[in-house]
Design a protein around this ligand. Structure first.
Ligand code: X8Z
Ligand code: ZN
Length: 611
């Protein structure tokens, strides 16, 4: 996730750990001139040169990006845009040059590197003079506008951080609506910039031979772009019935809490009632929807506060999980260079990310950590990126990245599945007693509110962008298309009519931040596959949701071996190395949640589910 590093151009790589940066390919870098097919030796020489240039060039852009993200000013935006534009130019040229070896019978390693080079950019720039600068400036402005967004709430200017607290904790529908609408009001000024960036990126993508930028994004999965889209449909179909059961149950509980006027018994759920600004994880409303007989209940939010955790202690605790599996502690510089809490007196990008600035050991996270359960999860998530980055640091430059971007997102989430078990919370002294079997359903419900609720959202963000990039959704229809998908997949609706000119997708970080999103959907499938495989390796015989691999060095070694591969092999090889499976399979998700699904079906008896 060195995301910002390379700016929009290389955002994906960065955030995913895909090719962390692409090459500074100089003109003399050996792009063949004649039409004749270049030799395998020439192809290898080209790649070697690209990798050397790339390794040198990326550090500068990374540092400019870090400084901007942790200190937003006109000047740092200018510096980041300049470094980002230079980088995008070079990277785009490298991608174009790589295509010249398409017919070369290159050795398999060189062939894979060439293929990765061609698809590594998130937002390729047109090769016209000034286009890369223009793109970098727009992308930086979008990201900064989002990150510094503020609005009036009860007579005070508040930030997204504050608004998220209202969404998580208030049970007053008027307050919820005001915080939700207020935050969404920061987005309309971004619409024109966003539309222009889409056009520029499409022009850049077409020059690389892609139909549009969406097709470029779908090409990063060792299969044809169309096959990948079908693959995500297949995975969603495995989960959809379960999501509908959860939706049905939650809607009924919200109806009981708020009454028909606020949340009707039928139809979609009001988006601001679900505890999260984007209705993407619902764990914050557990108290509203919990089973009546949740005697064994505990609140991780409360435990963290009661036991005196602060942000740094949360990160240290996260690190302990990784070291318990035999992985090395984080370097000292992690602690001195990371941004762990929101600094006072300056604007920063609060959206959490994990960085490796030198593609070796300069690992850092950038968070505005709050002491709550959500950020306890996020800390484990971010450290997963850092541990992955360090595991593949010995790979050649182009292979420094996740097996695919979903893998990068799934590492920390996999660790989180163990780290959220009551058994583990008890082992580290957070929870005094582990509930018996009576605690299973409450625990599974809590997990499902975050994991299952997330899946349709994880899918639809890029469904929207695919339509934007392929031109089927025009700027005037951005918002309507967004809500069509939000209703279709998530079964939610805004708290009131949306004003003309609303740009609600712009109120979600990854849209102005230009971070592809399907990765998180994939990660929500992969993490359960990793968990199932790890628990099997550990000889675990009980239900999957009770399994924790804390302290298991054998699992750690095998997991690290997969991480060390980086993106040197097609992702099914990496998946197989750890799980023995060669494709995404949501049966691990349904297996994990099976007891809850049965319970939900019982609760929903007599209800008309769906929307
Ligand atoms: O953006 C993130 C991470 C950084 S890669 C905090 N996540 C997605 C989101 O917040 O929307 C993690 C879960 C989904
Ligand atoms: Zn992440």
């Amino acid at each position: 996730m060195k995301k910002t590093t390379l700016m929009a151009a290389v955002a994906a790589l960065a955030l995913t750990g895909g090719i962390a940066a692409v090459a500074a390919v100089k003109q003399e870098a050996a792009a063949p001139t004649a039409a004749a097919t270049p030799s395998p030796e020439e192809a290898k020489a080209f790649v070697d040169k690209v990798e050397a240039d790339m390794a040198k060039a990326s550090e500068y852009a990374a540092k400019a990006a870090w400084v901007r993200a942790t200190y937003i000013t006109e000047d740092t935006m200018w510096l980041e845009a300049k470094a980002g534009a230079e980088f995008t130019d070079l990277a785009t040229r490298a991608a174009i040059d790589a295509a010249k070896y398409d017919k070369t019978n290159a050795d398999p390693v060189t062939r894979r590197k060439l293929d990765i080079l061609k698809r590594a950019l998130v937002l390729p720039a047109p090769q016209r003079p000034g286009a890369a600068e223009q793109m970098a400036t727009i992308a930086g402005r979008l990201d900064s506008t989002y990150s510094t967004g503020k609005f009036d709430y009860k007579g005070k200017q508040i930030t997204l951080n504050d608004a998220e607290d209202v969404l998580a904790n208030s049970r007053n529908p008027e307050e919820l609506k005001a915080a939700w609408e207020g935050w969404h009001s920061i987005a309309p000024p971004m619409t024109a910039d966003y539309a222009q960036l889409v056009d520029l990126a499409n022009e850049g993508s077409r020059a690389l031979g892609y139909k549009d930028t969406g097709a470029l994004w779908r090409s990063g999965y060792d299969m044809a772009p169309d096959a990948f889209a079908a693959e995500t449909d297949r995975l969603w179909k495995q989960i959809e019935p379960f999501y509908k059961n959860l939706h049905c149950y939650v809607r009924a509980e919200l109806n009981t809490e708020y009454g028909d006027a606020v949340q009707p018994k039928t139809g979609p759920i009001r988006a601001d009632l679900l505890g999260n600004m984007w209705a993407q994880q619902w764990g914050n409303i557990y108290e509203i929807v919990k089973p009546a007989d949740d005697a064994a209940g505990y609140s991780l939010d409360k435990l963290l506060v009661d036991k005196g955790y602060d942000a740094t202690k949360m990160v240290k605790t996260g690190e302990t999980f990784y070291t318990s599996m035999g992985l090395a502690p984080l370097p000292e510089t992690f602690w001195t260079r990371s941004q762990i809490v929101r600094p006072e007196g300056r604007e920063v990008v609060c959206h959490a990310s994990a960085w490796n600035l030198d593609d070796r050991d300069d690992l850092r996270i950038k968070m505005c950590t709050k002491v709550n359960a959500e950020d306890f999860y996020t800390v484990h998530h971010e450290l997963g990126h850092n541990y992955y980055q360090r595991a593949y640091k010995e790979q050649p430059y182009i292979f420094k990245g996740g097996a695919n971007d979903g893998f990068h997102e799934a590492i920390g989430d996999f660790v989180g599945l163990s780290a959220l078990t009551p058994t583990y919370l008890n082992q580290i002294g957070l929870l005094d007693a582990v509930p018996g079997a009576e605690g299973d359903n409450p625990f599974l419900l809590k997990m499902a509110l975050d994991k299952i609720a997330f899946m349709p959202f994880g899918l639809l963000v890029d469904r929207w962008r695919w339509q934007v990039y392929d031109g089927s959704v025009k700027p005037a229809d951005y918002n309507a298309a967004w809500w069509k998908l939000r209703t279709q997949y998530q079964g939610i609706t805004p708290p009131g009519p949306r004003p003309a000119g609303a740009f609600d997708p712009g109120a979600k970080y990854h849209v102005p931040g230009n971070v592809p999103y399907t990765r998180y959907f994939l990660a929500h499938v992969y993490q359960f596959q990793f968990h199932r495989a790890a628990c099997k390796q550990a000889g675990w015989k009980g239900p999957l949701h009770r399994c924790s691999v804390y302290g298991n060095k054998e699992v750690g070694a095998k997991f690290n071996a997969m991480m060390e591969m980086g993106q040197s092999k097609p992702w099914p090889d990496a998946m197989e190395a750890f799980t023995g499976e060669r494709r995404g399979d949501a049966s691990a998700v349904t297996e994990y949640f099976a007891p809850l699904n049965k319970w939900l079906i019982k609760q929903n008896k007599g209800r008309k589910c769906g929307w």
